[in-house]
Design a protein around this ligand. Sequence first.
Ligand SMILES: [Zn+2]
Length: 434
Amino acid sequence: MKNSSSTADRFIPRRRGKDMDLSNYLVSSSTQNYENGSGTKSDWQKRIYTQTLWSCMFGLNRKDVLKFSDGAHSSPKYGIVPNQLWPVKPRKKPVIGKPVTILDMPGIEFDITFSKMDWSKNGDLACIHEHEVYVWHENIQNAFKITETGKRVNNCIKWNNTGTRLAMGLKMSKIAIWNVQQEKKEVEVTCVCCPTYCYITCLVWTKANKLISTCSRGYMTLWTKRLSLLRQIMAHSKFITYVDISCNETYLVTSGLDNYVRIWNLAQLSEIIKLYISVNVKGLSFHPTREPFLVLGLCDVDYRKCKSSLILFNVLVENYIARKDFPRGTFIDALSFCPFSGELVVSYYFCKEDNKYDCEIAVHSDFDTKVDCMKYHSDRVVCLIWNKNTQELGTAGVDEDLCIWDFLGKANKQVPKKREKIQHSPLNILECFK
Ligand SMILES: [Zn+2]
């Protein structure tokens, strides 16, 4: 069935391209509906051509041209492959197989956003359970509670870059930093939108150890690592659902329930692009090496309409350069670029031929090519988190399982250790084969 289409950012259009209308869309820095955009295509086509030519001739990082490497920065391990939409090193055959570990993760619900888990640089997998934070590590295998906040942790946590401190959204508009080594709360502040209560929806650390928080009333705040206020802006008029920072920290993207996606210059927190999106954003991810490339997952929550799409957006040309539309009955629940290979991981929930719904986590080398998949969850998967040390992917679903996958298939495959399932206790290892 012909149900999808996409076009690459190629100078010579693909003959079989079915969605050539796409090339007429242009979203300027002013507010425009991406679906009704208009404008000349020659400008951004020229820029894409120049960019592509440059990357073919000199590699991805322009700054490296004519500069002797001091060895500190290794060059990217993958570049643009002909016919690929983004720089990617796709696997030649499926390698993931079964999950290497399965943990019990009670209390996961399908929600408009999901920030209840995070994996630190040190391999500490943190999750919120009954309003406290629990941590699991593969060397210890047992989960233990690390916070004592009087059950005030709300629904958002984020490790700092060294994995020594955990930023937490607490009840009643509060944000706190937990020092894991000293086992105590270092500092606690209130969101700028107080006195009306909000709750923290997303937290993200910059490489310079600054913290960005977003809240349910649309405020975005930049803090120092000790939570001194640096900058606050009203980023959206409603709940902020997702935040991501580009690889070199030039750009920041936010999405909100006000139907806008906004792309910011991170250094100044000034807006570059504001996009009107008529449906919900269900995940966004900057490419791990090609900074202006951003993938958006769009999904109408109304299953009768159910317009789902994946969009590859180029911040530099202020336009999207590829799009895939899914047939009715397909939902996108989460997505993330793999930081090691540039492959795109998407969690789908879709209607099968017998009118029953199924879920699948697919690995894409481009929007039309699935190179691997992960099948274990029996319900919607709402969370994708990466362990950058072990190159593992953690997936958590409404079925209350948290699966850990050897994403690149490099480790020796071992049958997961079997433990007795303990009900209502987070991050305990489950039996692998139910
Ligand atoms: Zn707030």
